[in-house]
Ligand binder design. Sequence first.
Ligand code: SF4
Length: 81
Amino acid sequence: MRQTDKFPKKKTIHKVVVDRKLCIGAATCVVIAPRTFELDDEKIAIVLPKGENEDDDTLFMAAQSCPTQAILLYDEFGNKI
Ligand code: SF4
C-alpha cells in the first residue's frame, strides 16, 4: 500500500446547504462560521454568498456542531460529504 492510499485526500467543500426543516435556530453555526451562516427573520440559518467564507475545516466544524445535522456539505461532484 502506498503512503498516499493510507491517508486519502480530504474532500473539498463545494456547496453548503441548510435544511430549513431541520434547523432550530440554535446558531452554533453562526458562532463558528459567521461569514458563511446567518439567521434570517424566521431565526433559521441561511448560507451567505460565496466570497469571504471560512475555510473548509471551519465549515466541517460548523456542520458537526449543528445539533440537528441541518448543515449539508457537498463536494464538487454533488456528493454529500
Ligand atoms: S447550528 Fe444547525 S440548527 Fe443551529 S442555526 Fe445552524 S443550521 Fe440551524
